[in-house]
Write a protein that binds this ligand. Structure first.
Ligand code: SAH
Length: 398
């Protein structure tokens, strides 16, 4: 039985929560009053003891928990989760009805009313991601609710919180008939190989769907493309299908070679006519400069933080430097697709990084397209801090 405890929210946070802000920040509460176990339900009140909402206690870097409902009479039970899932699926009807796309997000955490929980759809396989031990304590009820709401081949899960080293041994399979991986999903008629039972990532980042489409439709034809931090080469596939004369994919992880060959192959692209380099991007920049290589289209989509043998990298600190190196190997009138999923800064700051890098290199530029999260990654307009994705297509003018 889930425990419920009363918790007072300090000013001015209580006003924020009353207006619908979903996150309980750690400064909003007196830490001494927090329950021992994550997963406890919190009956949230203001300093005058007036009811604000019911939330749960779950530690994430963003806060100590999330508001689940502001209705004092609503219980957090199977019916609650079913209601949320049905609503979320209703909102994505257009995705379910689109025969050209079979992979998308059906539940996006706080954007769909439950922070710390996301669910992705991969052609009738479901991937549930849990972002704290707190929300994970509701797993039985959540899986019952999900199983009653959708027709699934199988449900898989990823625990995206510290499990004290247990993660590696875990099998991500939850229920149904286990899939034979990779399965092939389609996205705007492009194929992508996906594995739901092989570590933290599945082979494709669904939040970049619109960017892949833009690259294929408007930026690839006849172009020589460089894809840095390429992972499985999803952007390279989009460029090749869009008519790029050649793609070069660079990623330091050894697995990226086989995974990129696989993504090309499931799209009937001859991978031998493409370049796939297992290499540190920063070394590749030097290599490209030494050999006078230049590209018409460069995708820059680094992880927020990365540590290799040689260096640690953080987009919040090092993005301008990354852009300076990129500008040096981009042709005049070439396009740089600058992307970051770092939630610690917004679009304005990101654009200031872009401006800084171009100023430093005395290069003029023009922003030609911009992207945030796509519609299935539902994020409230009022709280842009949860819309972590920032992608800017920049033309290098001289
Ligand atoms: N752009 C990719 C996703 C990138 S995930 C896509 O759209 O699918 C981040 C990738 O960066 C990982 O595959 C990781 O191996 C790679 N990476 C991290 N540090 C790197 C470095 N210094 N050089 C090259 N690749 C790096």
């Amino acid at each position: 039985m889930t425990q419920t405890i009363a918790l007072q929210i300090n000013n001015p946070f209580s006003n924020q929560l009353k207006k619908g802000y979903p996150l309980i920040s750690k400064d909003a509460v007196d830490a001494r009053h927090l329950p021992k176990e994550e997963g406890a339900l919190l009956r949230l009140t203001d300093v005058h003891n007036r009811f604000i909402g019911t939330g749960y206690f779950g530690l994430q870097n963003k806060g100590i928990g999330w508001v689940l409902t502001t209705d004092a009479n609503e219980n957090i039970d199977k019916a609650y989760f079913i209601k949320k899932f049905k609503k979320a699926i209703q909102n994505r009807e257009a995705f379910f009805n689109d025969p050209h796309t079979t992979a998308f997000r059906i539940f996006n955490g706080e954007g769909d009313g439950i922070g710390g929980l996301t669910i992705d759809f991969y052609d009738s396989y479901y991937m549930v991601s849990w972002y704290s031990a707190g929300i994970y304590s509701f797993k039985e009820t959540v899986y019952e609710a999900l199983a009653e709401t959708v027709n699934y081949k199988a449900i898989y899960e990823k625990k995206r919180f510290d499990t004290k080293g247990q993660y590696m041994e875990q099998d991500d399979f939850v229920m149904g008939t286990p899939g034979e991986f990779p399965i092939i999903v389609t996205e705007n008629s492009m194929n992508y190989a996906v594995n739901l039972n092989d570590g933290a990532m599945t082979g494709i980042f669904l939040d970049q769907r619109e960017v892949r489409l833009a690259i294929r439709e408007r930026f690839a034809e006849g172009k020589n493309m460089l894809n840095t931090f390429s992972y499985t080469g999803a952007f390279s596939v989009a460029a090749a299908l869009g008519g790029a004369v050649k793609t070069t994919s660079v990623d330091v992880a050894k697995r990226s070679l086989a995974k990129t060959i696989e993504q090309f192959s499931v799209n009937s692209i001859d991978y031998e006519s493409q370049d796939i380099k297992v290499m540190d991007v920063f070394n590749y920049f030097k290599y490209a400069q030494r050999h006078n290589l230049k590209f018409d289209l460069v995708v820059l989509d680094p992880p927020s933080f990365a540590r290799t043998k040689e260096r640690t990298f953080s987009t919040a600190k090092d993005y301008p430097k990354l852009l300076v190196d990129t500008i040096a190997i981009t042709e005049k009138n070439g396009i740089i697709v600058a992307s970051t999923n770092n939630a610690s800064f917004g679009m304005k700051k990101f654009k200031s990084f872009i401006d800084q890098a171009f100023k430093e290199t005395k290069t003029r530029y023009k922003i030609v397209e911009e992207y945030n999260l796509p519609k299935d990654f539902r994020a409230s307009r009022e709280y842009p801090e949860f819309n972590y994705l920032k992608v800017v297509f920049i033309e290098k003018l001289n």
